[in-house]
Design a protein around this ligand. Structure first.
Ligand code: T4K
Length: 358
């Protein structure tokens, strides 16, 4: 069976060495030594300031909304994982959907200004599949209308744009370190804060607002992660160059095998150093996607419809708006299997089944 992804598992001995350290110290969570080591190493590797390691990427979005005091309407993308919309609702804000660019699949800055009202306080945009948003255009709009920007960078680990980490754009960028991500800590996430005052506020929020055992610095939540998760992160981080290279080779093989077909591929923004987080293909229509997917599943190959449905069509939303580009993409897109260890022969086999059904 070939699934859309398979978590990367580092050398078990390397992990065991960390486990022995944890046993020796007796300290297993609450800002332990390995959590601090991982945060320092992430800042160094990614060349970012103010990194807070958290227990998942969803809580990172929730804390980001709270730390920036965002209320009212948030202009957001209809094409992302459901957490991008559900966190806005969870925080009692209103998502307002701006359609996406048909080639990069990121929010279209040209669609945003017409949606701004006196209740708009922020833009929450996803660097979808690791492809950077048009950060310069978004920055200009945000400055003009005094809006905050949160980037859901769940897929954008290690991506640079114009030579700089994509995570340094906006007020806050959030990451997911879920097992299915190219860098992971089993469960986990992080936030990168541009401003150090916001960083300190968010850091208190991660630990119930505790300021020592008996004092509290504002309302907080439990966003902490453990020494065991940090240990996994330290092991995976050490192998990151290997992971990236293996994924790059698989993507390049798909590129070669699927070249010249009617499929649309993700158009990576110029000046980007990409991370090969996903391999999406867009079919000319949903019927062709469904037919191809059935053929793949019959061969025990399970790609996934990331992301379906378009988030503006979620049935629990109060107000329905049309986002024709996102809705068409959501109906026609399929993410192909991509993980360290996927054989070249499997990539060729998957590609052949797809070509046979176009
Ligand atoms: N923002 C964005 C843009 C995101 O994509 C996400 C998460 C978030 C925010 C929120 O971050 P977190 O709170 O999750 O940190 C998966 C992941 O659970 C989710 O983290 C991810 N995005 C989303 C895109 O994909 P599912 O429902 O597809 O997961 P699941 O369990 O179906 O697994 C996918 C495939 O991986 C399956 O074929 C099975 C395989 N798998 C999975 C696990 C967990 C394994 O082989 N082993 C495993 O241990 O959501």
């Amino acid at each position: 069976m070939i699934l859309v992804t398979k978590p990367y598992l580092p050398d078990i001995k390397a992990y065991q060495q960390y486990v022995e350290k944890i046993w020796a110290s007796g300290w297993i969570t609450n800002n332990g030594a390995l959590v601090q080591e991982l945060e320092a190493k992430l800042q160094d590797t990614l060349q970012v300031p103010n990194c807070i390691f958290l227990n998942n990427g969803t809580i990172a979005l929730q804390i980001a909304i709270q730390a920036l005091d965002i209320q009212g309407e948030i202009i957001t993308t209809p094409f992302s994982y459901v957490a991008t919309t559900s966190t806005i609702l969870w925080e009692k804000c209103t998502p307002v959907f701006a359609d996406i660019e048909p080639d990069t699949l990121c929010i279209d800055p040209n669609e945003i200004e017409a949606l701004i009202t006196d209740r708009t306080s922020a833009i929450m945009a996803t660097h979808v599949f690791g492809n950077p948003c048009d950060v310069e255009a978004l920055e200009q709009i945000a400055q003009k209308h005094q809006l905050k920007i949160i980037y859901d960078a769940a897929h954008a680990f290690g991506v640079t744009y114009k030579g700089q980490s994509i995570l340094t754009y906006g007020d806050i960028s959030t990451l997911s370190f879920h097992a299915t991500k190219l860098f992971h800590t089993v469960e986990g996430g992080a936030m990168i804060c541009k401003d150090s005052a916001v960083f300190h506020k968010a850091e208190y929020m991660r630990r119930f607002g505790h300021d020592g055992p008996y004092a509290f610095h504002g309302v907080g939540v439990n966003g902490k992660n453990s020494e065991f998760h940090a240990a996994m992160g330290l092991c995976v981080l050490k192998d990151y160059a290997f992971v990236l290279n293996a994924r790059r080779k698989i993507c390049e093989r798909y590129d070669t095998q699927l070249a010249g077909t009617s499929l649309q591929f993700l158009s990576i923004r110029k000046d980007t150093s990409f991370n090969y987080a996903y391999y999406p293909i867009i079919f000319k229509d949903e019927a062709t996607l469904l037919k191809t997917m059935a053929a793949l599943e019959a061969a025990d190959i399970f790609p996934r419809r990331y992301f379906y449905p378009a988030l503006n069509t979620l049935d629990y939303l109060d107000k329905k708006v049309d986002c024709p580009v996102a809705e068409r993409v959501a109906q026609c897109i399929l993410c192909l299997p991509l993980y360290v260890g996927l054989e070249t022969s499997s990539v060729d086999y998957i590609s052949q089944i797809i070509k046979d059904h176009l």
